[in-house]
Design a protein around this ligand. Structure first.
Ligand SMILES: Nc1ncnc2c1ncn2[C@@H]1O[C@H](COP(=O)(O)OP(=O)(O)OP(=O)(O)O)[C@@H](O)[C@H]1O
Ligand SMILES: [Mg+2]
Length: 272
């Protein structure tokens, strides 16, 4: 049994041990026509990133350049088309290998959703080995999901608003060793379920580690409705992409993002 299969098996046993049911496919439900706007976030800290920081980290969707936002808006539109009618609102971003652009894609996608559509967006840093969202957004916060999972801080005290009205971020906090077990724990599963159900119209985007480097993403993929796979154009070998897709075989892959393409001015492009 591979390392990844063992981790999946361990997560399964833990859930059984905690007397929890195996995750089921989400039930179909109608999307309400009237949007609920930010009912929870009234006391959320507002930390808008400064412009130079956003430019440095290619967070185009926070800037007012419609050309630069095109590819993320296309990704957003396609994802909404594929998920909305099914009541699918929890999406994780992963890749085969390190550094392919998952975190930048996750932030830009979340901001694109928050800017253009009626529902709100929650962006969660579930890369507990390397939590980077707080750094890319310049939040300078030390607390995040890892503090909640260790039982120390309620989620409501950890949320940040990065200056866009409909977007809230749950940073990762301090890096954790043993992140696979923590991410696969019943407490994490319950949190994802709660995030999914609280506002059915809200999208929740999870920035995850790469599939082939650690078991975390694969374990976590059982909790979400859909997976977006980011591929660094021209760098990731085809066999590694194939391996990642094979590992996610029984999961709902809702999109493939080709990132950092040379001919495309290093933008992202979206494919099924
Ligand atoms: N479209 C792009 N064009 C150029 N550089 C990019 C692009 N997307 C991401 N990068 C850069 O690539 C690096 C890795 O990006 P990012 O942190 O988003 O990757 P990641 O897949 O989340 O990495 P990790 O596996 O370490 O979590 C960063 O320096 C980022 O600025
Ligand atoms: Mg990352």
């Amino acid at each position: 049994m591979s390392k990844i299969e063992k981790a999946l098996e361990r997560a399964k046993k833990k859930r059984r041990h905690a007397g929890e049911k195996e995750p089921q496919a989400p039930a179909l439900r109608a999307v309400p026509i009237v949007s609920e706007r930010e009912p929870l976030y009234t006391h959320t800290k507002v930390i808008p990133p400064d412009r130079s920081h956003l430019e440095k980290h290619r967070l185009m969707t926070f800037l007012d350049d419609p050309m630069a936002m095109d590819s993320y808006n296309l990704l957003r539109t396609k994802l909404l088309e594929r998920t909305r009618g099914q009541g699918h609102n929890t999406i994780m971003i992963t890749s085969a290998l390190d550094g392919e652009g998952k975190t930048i894609t996750a932030i830009n996608l979340a901001a694109s959703m928050a800017r253009e559509v009626k529902q709100t967006v929650l962006l969660v840093d579930t890369d507990l080995r390397k939590p980077m969202i707080q750094y890319y957004l310049g939040c300078n916060t030390e607390k995040g999901l890892s503090d909640y999972l260790r039982g120390e801080v309620p989620v409501a005290d950890l949320l940040i608003n990065p200056g866009l009205a409909n977007m809230v971020v749950l940073p990762g906090g301090k890096p954790l060793s043993g992140s696979t077990d923590i991410l696969g724990s019943p407490k994490m599963e319950r949190l994802v379920e709660e995030m999914k159900r609280r506002y059915p119209e809200r999208y929740v985007i999870f920035d995850c580690p790469p599939v082939l480097v650690a078991p975390d993403a694969l374990v976590f993929s059982s909790y979400v409705d859909g997976v977006v796979l980011v591929v660094e154009s021209g760098r990731t070998p085809k066999d590694q992409i194939r391996k990642a897709i094979d590992l996610l075989e029984d999961k709902n892959i809702v999109g493939l993002v080709m990132n950092k393409g040379e001919k495309t001015q290093r933008r992202s492009y979206y494919y099924y």
